[in-house]
Write a protein that binds this ligand. Structure first.
Ligand SMILES: Cc1cc2nc3c(=O)[nH]c(=O)nc-3n(C[C@H](O)[C@H](O)[C@H](O)COP(=O)(O)O)c2cc1C
Length: 190
């Protein structure tokens, strides 16, 4: 099994990345091949709306640092994405990546039931951390993204929300979140 993680936090000691890394470590213990990309260290643009991926090209034609990431995701069995909540949404780094996943849609995706280019769906793990302690705040983010990710060909999905985690590395003191990550890893290999 190939698991590719795409990390959206700019922090060194990131909460969302710590949860992602915990799942990657468990996946490796189970014999999975893993790769991880920190978006903040890459040089890339958001989608340029050239529509080349709908007019003949099978993939995104931009040749920046995200090309390698998109290729790795296309080869993966599981995509793990992780982001903090920034100003009510995922980080700009992650949103730029998600927009480029538009290239995974077939040209006539609007009229097609199966909209993804992938022959078989890929599994998705989505991790989100937020400073706000109220779980009702920003509860809309995951369902919104899980629905477009399904169009792109990622389903079934597991999600984990770290609510009320603020300082760097704080998530490591939250046993229920660490257990949540372990549970996802276990279910992935069940
Ligand atoms: C620019 C910025 C915007 C933020 N916006 C929100 C927000 O809208 N809601 C919230 O609950 N937390 C917000 N936070 C707090 C982060 O979501 C929180 O610290 C999170 O644990 C960071 O995850 P990370 O360590 O993986 O980067 C914001 C933090 C920054 C730096």
């Amino acid at each position: 099994m190939k698991v590719v993680a795409v990390l959206g936090s700019p922090r060194q000691n990131s909460n969302s990345s710590a949860l992602a890394n915990r799942i990657l470590a468990k996946a490796r213990e189970q014999g999975a091949q893993t790769a991880s990309y920190e978006l903040n260290s890459l040089d890339y643009k958001g989608c340029q709306a050239c529509y080349a991926c709908k007019l003949g090209s099978e993939c995104c034609v931009l040749t920046d640092d995200l090309a390698v990431v998109l290729d790795a995701v296309a080869q993966a069995d599981v995509l793990l994405i992780a982001s903090p909540v920034y100003c009510t949404d995922v980080t700009a780094q992650l949103k730029g990546f998600i927009d480029r996943l538009f290239s995974f849609l077939v040209p006539d995706y609007i009229s097609r039931r199966k909209k993804s280019r992938f022959l078989q769906n890929k599994k998705l793990i989505f991790i989100l951390t937020q400073g706000h302690r109220d779980p009702e705040q920003f509860a809309d983010i995951l369902p919104r993204y899980l629905s477009i990710m399904k169009w792109f060909g990622f389903s079934p999905a597991w999600s984990l929300r770290g609510v009320g985690v603020y300082a760097e590395g704080e998530v490591l003191q939250r046993s229920e979140l660490l257990q949540g990550a372990d549970r996802i890893a276990a279910e992935l290999f069940a």
